[in-house]
Design a protein around this ligand. Structure first.
Ligand SMILES: Nc1ncnc2c1ncn2[C@@H]1O[C@H](COP(=O)(O)OP(=O)(O)OP(=O)(O)O)[C@@H](O)[C@H]1O
Length: 366
């Protein structure tokens, strides 16, 4: 008769591709519960395994889940695998599993484009996705994503964000449009508004809350890290050298605040000519890789300069909504690398494994 120890032994053959060891040695298996069958084979025994996974729909975690099921089936048992995500009950955003800012030290590199396309791609996987447009000086996500509805108010006085195409959206645009001229806002005011937007929004249950940060290393970025438990930041750059110094400052800001850096996205990598299909390096090459190497973090994706991306944001339809074509493919690649890295950061925290770009202690510095 198979018991819990035998199941545990079998699971030692399941490797975690990011943490470099097996899931049992890493301490990722929380619980194994074996129920025996009826002995004559009519009713199969079962094994329920709960495992510390932190990134719903991450390809690595889905593969590990499949491997766990295979091993259990090999033992003649019916498997159930439950991902145990870290509790968020003492978090200021209790229903939100992962907060992922999309940032850059430099303006105009495509943060909003990356954030909206990534959100759309994620929502299509089935993940519960929120998008916070925190760019107080030029909030433009609602336009890019084509959400026209305005937020409502719950009986408790919380802001109820509008939802479209599976994305829950809040934007500084909703708060600042009429009452305030954003250019007049000063640090404490920004802090108050952004803090309000984060905490007083009824986000519901979300797997991922993406935050489109304004460029720079100023008040909004610091506010976010004080008001929300950031899982890790995605830093966007363009390939040319002139962009890199600002982007470096952006990466350093997260490191100084003890916030994990998930990796770098190089946007406008090369121009893909729609008629001949050839790639042309309009802005040089390799900037994203250089920043990634410098800080020892992954290069998450290289997104080409593609008229379809611009046309998509002008038409309120991120290119990933189309789910095909070279630009959409790159964003879907990005979705996979981001989710795998979110998973690695969360599992690394459980297993106490240090990863490059991830500070050894949790949360922002005091
Ligand atoms: N890969 C791309 N191919 C074609 N056009 C792009 C690409 N990435 C971004 N764009 C276009 O470049 C412009 C600037 O992009 P976006 O608004 O996303 O940048 P940003 O970094 O968010 O800017 P800001 O610093 O003002 O917040 C937009 O018109 C967008 O459609």
């Amino acid at each position: 008769m198979v018991d819990e120890d035998q199941v545990r032994d079998r699971l030692r053959s399941v490797e975690d591709p990011a943490l470099g060891s097996d899931i049992v040695s890493l301490g990722l298996i929380d619980d194994i519960d074996v129920a025996v069958g009826d002995g004559d084979g009519d009713e199969k025994g079962t094994a329920a395994v709960s495992v510390s996974f932190g990134a719903p729909y991450a390809p690595d975690e889905m593969d590990m889940g499949d491997r766990i099921r295979e091993e259990i089936e090999d033992l003649g048992l019916e498997p159930t695998v439950s991902p145990e995500q870290p509790a968020t009950t003492d978090s200021p955003l209790p229903g939100v599993r992962n907060v992922v800012p999309i940032a850059s030290g430099k303006g105009g590199v495509g943060k909003t484009t990356v954030a909206t396309n990534l959100a759309t791609a994620l929502a299509r996987t089935g993940a519960r996705v929120g998008l916070l447009d925190a760019d107080i000086y030029g909030p433009n996500v609602p336009g890019m994503i084509g959400i026209e509805a305005q937020p409502g108010m719950s009986p408790e006085g919380d802001i109820v964000p509008p939802e479209a195409d599976g994305i829950t959206l809040m934007s500084m645009a909703f708060l600042t449009e009429e009452e305030t001229d954003p250019a007049m806002l000063r640090g404490p005011m920004i802090d108050k508004l952004l803090g309000q937007l984060i905490r007083e929004t009824d986000w519901g249950e979300l797997d991922y809350l993406l935050v489109d940060l304004p460029p720079g290393t100023g008040d909004e970025q610091l506010t976010l890290m004080q008001h929300a438990p950031v899982t890790g930041a995605v830093v966007v750059t363009t390939p040319e050298d002139i962009a890199l110094e600002d982007v470096r400052k952006g990466v350093r800001m997260f490191i100084d605040q003890n916030v994990p850096v998930l990796g770098v996205v190089e946007n406008m990598s090369a121009y893909r000519c729609p008629s001949c299909g050839d790639q042309h390096d309009l802005y040089g090459t390799g900037g994203g890789q250089r920043i990634a190497d410098e800080f020892d973090v992954p290069l998450l994706a290289e997104i080409p300069m593609d008229p379809a991306i611009r046309a998509g944001s002008d038409a309120d339809e991120p290119v990933t909504a189309l789910k095909e074509g070279p630009a959409a493919d790159r964003f879907i690649e990005l979705q996979d690398t981001v989710l795998n890295r979110v998973g690695a950061v969360n599992r690394g925290a459980v297993a106490d494994v240090d990863l490059e770009g991830v500070p050894p202690t949790d949360g922002p510095a005091e």
